[in-house]
Design a protein around this ligand. Structure first.
Ligand code: ZN
Length: 428
């Protein structure tokens, strides 16, 4: 898909060092990309109700990581997707009487505008679910041939079109000995989350309630595509991300990212699918990502911000009321990415006040030497993307500008402005 324009990232004096992030699998801090190159896959939006503050917070977190990697001199490949056909999108379109294609296009365009306004670096590869269907079909055909997937006969009246004999296709999780190693949940937890988060544990004919759908055959009233030997239908969500990630990054890459609600089942299933599509050795191939990194959930009015509940604050709505997107960015970065938090009017007011204060400080003639501030911003981001700590370092430099004592450096405001732009994505 066409992405959005990439912001110019200033080059800073010196170079950032090793960056550590929290890996949800082990619960420990790990080096985000030990090699010279860095590869990251962050799960994209399903295009409706884009872009609420929770979405924005997730993409800003991984934007910090990408910027830090670049500052450390790494060659970064960032990959994401748009799930432009899936049950929630179709349900929303049906509820509102809007054509699902029009809804997806409109919301994807809005997402692009919001990401541009927030200064988020776009992915190098940004694939849509629909455009990826031929590759997904080939992958599911391979899994059927390998015996890691199976067909389930159709029961819904009118389903399957001319080839009703070809059923839905599900992954056979019993073929993957490493299933469960990403989230490390027990079976009861898995079953509960699978039911809660879009799974179909009670669908008749499955070998195991947890087996996820790979290819859903044509249903009355649903969009459908040519699935070659699978028959007409549409792709499952987990296989979509697995195929897009594998094709752009290979079977092994550095960071798989998303919100905490994606750890299970989505990231567990995607990793399993990648393993199933990989020629595994006797002990099976390793999981596809070196680290699974998850951003916390953002609440509004006491509940997690969600489409189903309707308690959303949208970046586009804030922009339409004249709010500076950089104030929104600062409001979000004031919370550590792993924290669950609640969006309030105070957050925005604090972001606006901080932006005004920073603007004022960097527009003056000189300031205290900024090398320690640059070092502290780098150290904060490298320590599990600790944006609140980075913001405090800039605040402290601004305080010192106000105090006007000590040695004065005419170049310091420029260094701070470039550091804040390059590492935190705040443009003045
Ligand atoms: Zn995904």
């Amino acid at each position: 898909m066409r992405t959005w324009p990439s912001p110019e990232i200033p080059v800073l004096p010196g170079q950032g060092g090793r960056i550590r992030v929290h890996d949800s699998t082990t619960g420990t801090l790990v080096e985000a990309a030990p090699g010279r190159d860095a590869g990251m896959y962050v799960c994209g939006i399903t295009p409706y109700d884009a872009t609420h503050i929770g979405h924005a917070a997730t993409y800003l977190a991984f934007d910090l990581l990408l910027r830090a990697w670049r500052d450390a001199g790494k060659s970064v490949t960032y990959v994401s997707n748009v799930t432009d056909v899936d049950d929630p999108l179709l349900e929303r379109a049906a509820d509102t009487g809007v054509d699902w294609r029009a809804l997806a296009l409109e919301q994807t365009a809005l997402f692009r505008e919001d990401m541009t306004a927030l200064g988020v670096v776009p992915p190098d590869v940004w694939d849509g679910a629909v455009e990826s269907i031929p590759r997904v079909v080939a992958a599911v055909e391979q899994m059927l041939a390998d015996g890691t997937a199976y067909r389930v006969p159709l029961r819904d009246p009118g389903s399957g079109g001319a080839r009703r004999d070809l059923g839905d296709v599900y992954a056979d999780l019993s073929a993957d000995r490493l299933f469960g190693t990403v989230s490390r949940l027990d079976r009861a937890q898995m079953l509960a989350l699978f039911a809660e988060r879009g799974g179909d544990p009670d669908a008749p004919g499955k070998r195991d309630p947890l087996d996820p759908v790979l290819w859903r055959r044509e249903r009355v009233g649903e969009p459908t595509w040519d699935g070659a030997s699978l028959g007409t239908g549409r792709p499952g969500w987990h296989i979509e991300c697995a195929v897009i990630a594998r094709d752009a990054l290979g079977v092994s890459f550095d960071v798989q990212g998303g919100g905490t609600d994606l750890l299970f089942p989505h990231h567990e299933m995607s990793a399993s699918h990648v393993r199933s599509l990989t020629a595994a050795g006797p002990d099976g191939a390793a999981g596809c990502a070196h680290a699974h990194v998850h951003a916390g959930m953002v609440a509004l009015d006491g509940h997690k911000m969600s489409k189903s509940r309707g308690n959303l604050e949208l970046v586009s709505r804030l922009r339409s009321t004249g709010v500076d997107p950089m104030a929104v960015r600062l409001a979000i970065l004031a919370h550590h990415y792993r924290q669950d938090w609640e969006w309030t009017a105070d957050d925005l007011a604090a972001g606006e006040a901080r932006l005004a204060r920073w603007r004022d400080a960097v527009s003056g003639n000189g300031g205290p030497d900024a090398s320690a501030t640059l070092g502290e911003i780098r150290a904060a981001v490298a320590d599990d993307l600790d944006a609140p700590r980075a913001l405090r370092a800039v605040d402290a430099w601004c305080d010192a500008v106000g105090d006007r004592d000590g040695t004065w450096d005419l170049g310091a405001p420029g260094v701070v402005a470039r550091a804040v732009d390059a590492l935190l994505g705040i443009r003045f």
